[in-house]
Design a protein around this ligand. Structure first.
Ligand code: AMP
Length: 545
């Protein structure tokens, strides 16, 4: 696979990225990337994959540090930098432009930058901490910039900022990797390993078996498919299934290994500090294991609202007071790994049996589980769960493996549809790919007094034909342009469904909708009939997500 004649020059990587950015089709991008990756030496391959996927630049280097280094290398003031940035909107291109004007000084001897060499410099940047770290980082960055050609400087900065803008996503790099090694299931394996670099390294070692989950690397969460009712759910499975309450809390994956315990949220963030009770209970578990479940607020035999539990998230330090105010319970519904063995391929019934055999102490327990034979039982169970204050019911195929990151239909959720909101389209953006040339992304707003305030953006729910009609209709009411779309006169009302209302600084309404989707275009409604911020506030308070 690797050719000793080809080195891992950074300039080759940059040239490949330039080529990838210049072609349009995804297949062509994949081809270019895979040809490049196939020729790389083993030590450079994982690093190059991370660089190209935009995940290799985690170094604590921000705009200020880059700015500082740039001013040291080029003869330019802050005003010129700002102006160039505004005209290009891209730090990498800005630095490439500055390169054209020449550097203040040049190194005596130019050394060829290599991919592993760049990684070593990044490691140094990431390590720099404490006193003198600003100076140290600047020195490393200046050193790199002095060695760079124009295009290298451009990609150096892009890799550092994680925004490559070549039109190739992490998914494209994965596909290219699969192609380079002629392996089909790279995406699934990536969802277990959580890192393109680790995956590349494994493939390069010749190991093409499914990886086992790794300690302290969260496996992508398996997710349920939403179905509207018990009938469609049971028709979907066509056989008896397991039923569990749909708990209204925070999804939590717990890693218990010899080195300690770590907890991860659905966004794969380390939230160990938010739930000390869970970590301490798991510390007494005698085996190494990865558990999956939902943590809920639980006090005096009752579940407490999600908003209260949420107060714990993103706290550095959850003290005794908080633990007393918001006690919790961790309902474990799955087991991904046990004592050196991946459980991902074991059927759910077996994973569940193994889980029940664990000595889970403290406020940890296996989630309640019932056998659901038919539609009538599913309906009855769903009603009962709702009555008891759960969000709904999750049905699971007892014979299914754990499929990371998928809503593949092996789990199904039933829950009461939330209220919908009527909102007015204020801005529309051009779509990509299949939807190129169509106004397919709509920012919608609700009334706050006499003003329309944006609350979200929806891309899904309309058919292609409806999007086509909408594109024509919106262009007729255009009142201005924005970067990738148009501002429109408030005229079109959408009925938007969503999972919950959240606080958000992104929209001027101060709220955002989670998973918004267009349920209908309400031609029967005028913009003044749209909903108000008061309704949003009350939805937020009642659902508290
Ligand atoms: P949703 O966010 O509506 O797509 O529902 C998926 C979420 O439901 C999961 O990420 C979990 O946080 C949560 N959930 C609650 N109870 C269960 C359960 N018994 N099985 C699986 N997921 C559950």
């Amino acid at each position: 696979m690797t050719s000793p004649t080809k080195g891992a020059r950074f300039s080759d990587l940059c040239r490949t990225l330039e080529a990838v950015a210049s072609v349009r089709g995804r297949n062509e991008k994949v081809r270019l990337l895979s040809e490049y990756l196939a020729g790389l030496p083993r030590d450079a391959l994982p690093i190059a994959c991370r660089f190209m996927a935009g995940t290799g630049g985690k170094t604590n280097v921000g705009w200020a540090a880059v700015n500082d280094a740039v001013r040291e290398v080029f003869d330019t003031g802050p005003g010129a930098i700002r102006e160039l940035y505004l005209s290009h909107g891209d730090l990498g291109v800005l630095v490439q432009e500055l390169m054209k004007g020449g550097k203040k000084s040049v190194p005596l001897q130019r050394e060829e930058l290599t991919v592993p060499g760049l990684q070593a410099a990044f490691d140094e940047l990431a390590k720099a901490g404490g006193r003198g770290s600003v100076e140290r980082r600047k020195k490393v960055l200046v050193g790199l910039l002095l060695q760079c050609s124009g295009v290298e400087a451009k990609y150096l900065i892009k890799i550092l900022s994680g925004e490559l803008r070549t039109g190739a996503t992490e998914g494209t790099v994965l596909e290219a990797l699969g192609k380079a090694f002629a392996v089909g299931r790279v995406r699934d394996w990536y969802l277990i390993l959580g890192d393109v670099g680790a995956l590349a390294d494994r493939l390069a070692s010749g190991d093409v078996s499914e990886p086992s989950p790794r300690a302290f690397t969260p496996v992508a969460f398996m997710l349920p498919l939403p179905l509207p009712d018990a009938r469609s759910a049971m028709a979907h499975f066509g056989k008896p299934v397991f039923g569990e309450h749909k708990y209204d809390g925070v999804r939590l994956q717990a890693h218990r290994f010899q080195e300690g315990v770590k907890l991860y949220s659905r966004r794969m963030e380390d939230v160990t500090a938010s739930f000390p009770e869970v970590s301490s209970a798991l510390s007494s578990l005698r085996v190494s294991a990865i558990l999956d479940g939902e943590v809920v607020g639980f006090d005096a035999g009752r579940h407490i609202p999600f908003v209260k539990l949420q107060q714990r998230l993103h706290r550095r330090d959850v003290g005794k007071r908080m633990m007393e105010e918001v006690p919790l319970r961790y309902y474990v519904f799955d087991l991904l790994y046990l004592e050196g063995r991946s459980m991902l391929r074991s059927p759910l019934a077996e994973r569940r049996r193994a889980l029940e055999g664990l000595d889970l102490g403290g406020d940890l327990r296996p989630a309640d589980r019932f056998h659901v034979e038919d539609e009538a039982q599913a309906e009855e169970r769903f009603r009962r769960s709702r009555k008891e204050g759960y969000e709904g019911l999750v049905l699971k195929d007892p014979g299914s493996g754990y499929t990371p990151g998928r809503r593949g239909g092996l789990w199904v959720k039933l829950k009461e549809e939330m209220d919908t909101l009527d909102a007015v389209i204020v801005l529309a953006e051009w779509g990509n790919g299949k939807r190129a040339g169509l106004l397919s992304d709509y920012t919608f707003a609700i009334w706050d007094g006499g003003d329309l305030k944006p609350i979200g953006k929806a891309y899904s729910g309309l058919t292609d034909a409806e999007i086509g009609e909408m594109t024509l209709a919106l262009q007729k009411i255009k009142v201005g342009d924005v970067w990738n779309g148009i501002v429109v006169k408030p005229a079109v009302v959408l009925e938007v469904a969503f999972d919950s209302v959240q606080r958000s600084a992104r929209h001027s309404s101060g709220f955002a909708l989670r998973f918004p989707r267009i349920k209908a275009v309400r031609r029967d409604k005028r913009p003044e009939d749209a909903d108000t911020i008061e309704k949003v506030r009350s939805l937020y308070e009642s659902t508290g997500a």
